[in-house]
Design a protein. Structure first.
Length: 361
């Protein structure tokens, strides 16, 4: 369940003719959009022409993705073998699937958040744990068993689009990656996934943000198994403890909003962002409105997160079930934290939310 979920939203493409794209190229940063099997469409990988030659993200693990990446590099006069450094933005398979193949062919260093290194090294085991966690969270929140089983099968079938990788250069927040022509500072911005990492070139005012901030879609605050939970953590496996992904994401957005020297944001999908403060404010307002709407549904009568999702979006495709559940739970967390709603549990351990105060008008 850790793959980039298919979304119902239309894919938007990087526009190489835009002023923002030209500004990136002037800095030696080329967006290489790589095909994915997901509804989100292409993933933006970025080639940084510097020393070492650096690639941010890889595309999914498929022959077509590898082929297109190779052709895109060739158009710029490079080969996979020329890569000296591969940066990983986060754990989703459309971003990391080819990392191992590219690293093997080029001998490039692989730099990723230190917390993510064990997950990448033991991809299969952690995928099993992630699926078990997601299944438990779904069961606790009222998702019917047939939907859960169908989703687990989908997750299993998609696993091959990702892959394991060895991280040779573990990164900590605050680290600097010094290239010949620029220095990238590492920031951890979890929320969309537990491992979201952004790379900031303060001198140029450029932020390589991947899926932390996307122009045409609100980044899904997917509820994912914590990276630092041991594989045998029973409470996590049972879904009894889970991260408040949306709250974590909003904190990360606030940290990005407060950054100075950001004029160009290069995202993991779609077009560049040139006014990140306005976009972050818009997203913050969207989440506040959505929390209020969910509070009204809960005030109407106690509901499970699954019932809230059905009320909000109707019957969604099976593949969307975890996505919409994460969305609902994220907003319910905000209401829980503000003591506006409370939890009750039925005999099967299914959680219902009830309102503690009248929703505001
Ligand atoms: Zn992602």
């Amino acid at each position: 369940m850790t793959g980039e979920p298919p979304t119902a939203l239309p894919a938007a493409l990087w526009d190489p003719g835009s002023d923002a794209a030209r500004a990136a190229v002037a800095q030696g940063i080329h967006c290489l959009p790589i095909p994915t099997p997901f509804a989100v469409g292409r993933v933006n990988t970025y080639l940084i022409e510097d020393d070492p030659l650096t690639l941010l993200d890889s595309g999914p693990n498929s022959g077509r993705a590898l082929d297109e990446l190779e052709q895109a590099l060739a158009r710029l006069g490079h080969r996979i073998e020329d890569l000296g450094l591969i940066l990983v933005s986060h754990q989703h398979m459309d971003h990391v699937g080819l990392v191992e193949i590219l690293a093997r062919r080029s001998g490039a260093e692989v730099a990723a958040l230190d917390l993510l290194a064990p997950w990448l090294a033991r991809y299969g085991e952690f995928q099993d744990a992630d699926d078990a966690f997601a299944g438990a969270v779904m069961a606790r929140n009222g998702i019917p068993e047939d939907t859960r089983l169908a989703l687990q099968a989908v997750s299993h079938a998609f696993r091959g689009w990702g892959g394991r990788a060895d991280v040779s250069r573990p990164l900590s927040p605050g680290d600097e990656i010094v290239l010949r022509d620029r220095t990238l500072r590492v920031h951890h911005r979890p929320g969309h996934s537990p491992s979201d990492t952004v790379f900031h070139d303060g001198a140029q005012g450029t932020l390589l943000a991947a899926d932390h901030l996307i122009k045409h879609i609100s980044s899904n605050p997917l509820i994912a198994r914590p990276l630092d939970a041991p594989l045998d953590d029973a409470a996590v496996a049972a879904g009894l403890t889970r991260p408040q992904s949306l709250r974590i994401y909003l904190d990360s957005l606030a940290a990005t909003r407060a950054m100075e020297d950001v004029r160009l944001v290069l995202p993991g999908h779609g077009q560049a962002v040139t006014d990140h403060v306005a976009l972050i404010d818009e997203r913050t307002r969207l989440h506040r409105r959505r929390a209020l709407k969910i509070h009204r549904l809960i005030a109407d009568r106690p509901r499970t997160a699954f019932e809230i999702a059905q009320q909000m979006w109707g019957t969604v495709a099976v593949t969307q079930a975890y996505l919409t559940l994460s969305e609902v739970l994220g907003h319910v967390d905000l209401l829980l934290n503000d003591h506006l709603v409370g939890e009750e549990h039925d005999a099967d351990g299914v959680v219902r939310f009830r309102s503690l105060v009248e929703p505001s008008a």
